[in-house]
Ligand binder design. Structure first.
Ligand code: NAP
Ligand code: G4F
Length: 325
């Protein structure tokens, strides 16, 4: 197709990568997704898109792979979503997290600067960077990262800002608060709860072990958030934006609402606290101030907390039931 826009996505096999690829395909983009070598097939989230997207092989740790891919594709837009994204693992694998989640951003930016400086760049920054800063958090809130993951994301954020200011690159940092979906990785608390509740509902287990129930998060729907990523790259000038719902709930509330969505009332008897799910340093409350995104991007979340919980629990019950459980 002449004049078809080309988008390059790192992390296409992840939750956000799959929703973003769907969103861009619907806008007639030619979509290229980078995957790293793995001994097993991990394309489950993008299986339904396999004949519509082009998979290219590379790794965030390997500068030459990223540079050659960008040189060859010459994308209009680059979405850097790849990262070691599980906060808890960043204490057990701090160096790998720093390499992928921190330095990986610089590798993509450096490749872009050298071989396609006219492209537009999106960096997947995180509300984790705010850490212990009081809620609500906006673009002006100072960072206080509380994990090796968050520290790596702060590097990724500032190197994005720095490449914009040093080289005039169109580089944006989207500071996204937690966003979830039935495609969320099983280790994250929302999917873990939805899955556990579905198993309890189907009589497959009678226990759900969790860590800190008092932590509060601003949970939105991943499908809404990929639109915000795209909108950032359609603006006249590159900038940074906070994206969330401006509502926060405790993990306890997420669990209670999930049991309620499955029609289980006496939920407390199933939930056990296990210290192995606690973190060396916790982020107690994240809640987004999305004034800037609303005013400048004309973006707002469509799906709210209760709808999100219901969607995730029902999807787990359907998935497990279809497997014959
Ligand atoms: P995810 O499901 O964990 O996906 C992470 C992706 O990164 C996967 O495709 C993974 O590939 C890829 N990846 C990891 N290391 C890599 C490497 N060395 N080289 C190439 N690819 C690599 O994460 P997500 O929830 O979609 O989040 C997307 C991005 O947004 C991440 O950067 C995350 O930190 C950030 N973020 C997420 C949230 C949220 O609430 N979801 C909020 C703020 C920011 P494999 O399949 O090979 O593992
Ligand atoms: O679901 P979580 O593991 O997500 P977390 O740490 O907030 O990080 C996610 O959101 C960030 C944006 O703010 C992203 F940047 C990051 O990549 C990731 O997508 O944990 C949420 C909360 C934490 O306070 C945790 O301590 O839930 C608490 N929690 C309580 N029990 C648990 C558990 N978390 C997990 N994963 N497992 C538990 O059993």
């Amino acid at each position: 197709m002449p004049n078809q826009k080309k988008a390059f996505i790192t992390g296409i096999t992840g939750q956000d990568g799959s929703y973003l690829a769907e969103f861009l395909l619907a806008k007639d983009y030619k979509v290229y997704g980078m995957t790293r070598r793995s001994s097993t097939d991990n394309l489950e989230r993008i299986e339904h898109l396999r004949d519509k997207i082009e998979i290219v092989h590379g790794d965030l740790i390997d500068q030459s792979s990223i540079t050659s891919i960008l040189k060859e594709i010459q994308p209009d837009e680059i979405y850097n979503l790849a990262a070691q994204s599980f906060v808890k693992s960043s204490w057990s694998e701090p160096l790998a997290t720093g390499e992928f989640t921190g330095l990986g951003v610089l590798r993509v930016l450096e490749a872009m600067r050298q071989v396609c400086p006219k492209a537009k760049f999106y960096q997947a920054s995180s509300s984790e960077m705010f850490g212990s800063a009081p809620a609500p958090q906006s673009e002006k809130t100072p960072f206080h990262p509380r994990s090796p993951y968050a520290v790596s994301k702060v590097f990724g954020h500032y190197i994005t800002v720095n490449y914009r200011e040093s080289y005039g690159l169109f580089a944006c940092s989207g500071i996204l608060f937690n966003h979830e979906s039935p495609r969320r990785g099983m280790e994250f608390v929302t999917r873990k709860i939805a899955n556990g509740v579905a198993k309890i509902k189907l009589g497959l287990t009678d226990e759900l072990s969790l860590g800190n129930l008092d932590a509060k998060r601003d949970w939105g729907f991943a499908g809404d958030y990929v639109k915000a990523m795209w909108l950032m790259l359609q603006q006249k000038n590159p900038d940074d934006y906070v994206i969330g719902t401006n509502e926060s709930h405790t993990v306890r509330e997420f669990a209670e609402e999930s049991f309620c969505a499955a029609g289980i009332k006496d939920w407390q008897k199933y939930v056990k606290i296990d210290s192995k799910f606690m973190r060396p340093a916790e982020v107690m409350e994240l809640r987004a101030d999305i004034t800037k995104a609303k005013n400048k991007l004309n973006w707002k979340p469509e799906i709210k907390f209760k709808e999100l919980v219901k969607m995730m629990v029902e999807a787990e019950i359907t998935r497990l039931s279809s497997k014959g459980y």
